[in-house]
Design a protein around this ligand. Structure first.
Ligand code: IPM
Ligand code: MG
Length: 358
């Protein structure tokens, strides 16, 4: 039996997570595995229910589970709360830190059926398959922060810190991942300006000696942002620090057609966490418009990385491909001649495909 902590969170999180659960339950029905889901509050939902964004019980549940499935966190309702209560900084980040999830894997894959869904040209994105590895528990997100009053206003400080050890462990994962793919690793930094990036580059370069079979390239983050839309097919695996990874993955999601397609796995600790890369999308929350595929594909990553169920993970991914091939689309990926479906219907289509496949 696999124990899964289920944290829908805020906004569209509560709409998409049930669809991911349906996909896992379809796998369970078909193969006889037992998945046990326990729901808990996190983020704004937890603030409203119990007054804190990351309740002790939620953290405990996560630590005692075999994996965590998370929807999304945050929303305008909680945006003006003091820092220690604001959902993003006071629940998602501590959750990642507490679980030791230093690596965030975000696969950027273009499914053929979505060739026309992106705003980018077909010939630029056709056949794209990139794995972005984002460092998740260091950098600006976790460095010391401070505010001070000055005569004319205030100053605000965020600190960008990285240690050799932190860089080495994420870079190692980059090399190992590249080794299993097309053996090309692109390390992204801003070493022409930032000291932390200079240490990053030195450390990655040193480690490369252990991986002579992997072709390593360094790239400045501004150049990488440009290259991702100019010629994304040059990339196989990208490894980068927390903030750069946050920004570059939202950008890279357009290669896959929509941010609603981008799954993610946060790994490195005993219990891994799976969450779509998009946020809580307050503008469409509660309207059944959200694309659940990123959440469903994150569930596939859970089967792959936490439970070692590779065939079953692929089964979910292939069901997604077939549903897209049959022309079902949520609004974010809608194209002429396709059939518009809502969040729930999309979840049902994928679950049906899983059950139907032999
Ligand atoms: C992401 C999100 C989060 C992040 C936010 C919600 C704090 O944008 O997972 O990419 O910045 O890490
Ligand atoms: Mg982000």
């Amino acid at each position: 039996m696999y124990k899964i902590a289920c944290l829908p969170g805020d906004g569209i999180g509560v709409e998409i997570i049930p669809q991911a659960v349906k996909a896992i339950e379809a796998i369970s029905k078909k193969y006889g595995y037992e998945f046990h889901f326990t729901e808990a509050y996190v983020g704004g939902a937890a603030l409203d229910a119990v007054g804190v964004p990351l309740p002790e019980e939620t953290l405990k549940l996560c630590k005692e589970s075999d994996a965590v499935l998370l929807g999304a966190i945050g929303g305008p309702k909680w945006d003006n709360l003091p820092v220690h209560l604001r959902p993003e900084g006071a629940s998602l980040l501590p959750l990642r830190k507490e679980l030791g999830l230093y690596a965030n894997l975000r696969p950027v894959v273009l499914y053929d059926a979505l060739l026309d869904a992106s705003t980018l040209k077909k010939e630029v994105i056709a056949g794209c398959d990139i794995m972005v590895i984002r460092e998740l528990t260091g950098g600006l997100y976790f460095g010391e922060k401070k505010r001070e009053k000055t005569e004319r206003g205030q100053i605000a400080v965020d600190t960008l810190v990285y240690s050799t050890e932190e860089i080495e462990r994420i870079a190692r994962l980059g090399f190992e991942t590249a080794r299993k793919r097309n053996k090309k690793l692109c390390s992204v930094d801003k070493a022409n300006v930032l000291e932390s990036s200079r240490l990053w580059r030195e450390t990655v370069t040193d480690l490369a000696k252990e991986y002579p079979d992997v072709e390593l390239k360094h790239m400045y983050v501004d150049n990488c942002a440009m290259q991702l839309v100019r010629w994304p097919k040059q990339f196989d695996v990208i490894v980068t620090e927390n903030t750069f990874g946050d920004i570059l993955t939202d950008q890279a999601s357009m290669i896959s057609g929509s941010l609603g397609m981008l799954a993610s796995a946060s790994i490195g600790g005993k219990v891994a966490l799976y969450e779509p890369s998009h946020g809580s999308a307050p503008d469409i929350a509660g309207q059944k418009k959200a694309n659940p595929l990123a959440a469903i594909l994150s569930a596939a990553m859970m089967l792959r990385y936490s439970f070692n169920l590779e065939i079953e993970a692929q089964e979910i991914e292939q069901a997604v491909v077939r549903v897209l091939d049959k022309g079902y689309r949520t609004p974010d990926i809608m194209q002429k001649g396709c059939t518009l479906v809502n969040t729930e219907e999309m979840g049902d289509k994928v679950a049906d495909e899983i059950l139907r496949a032999r």
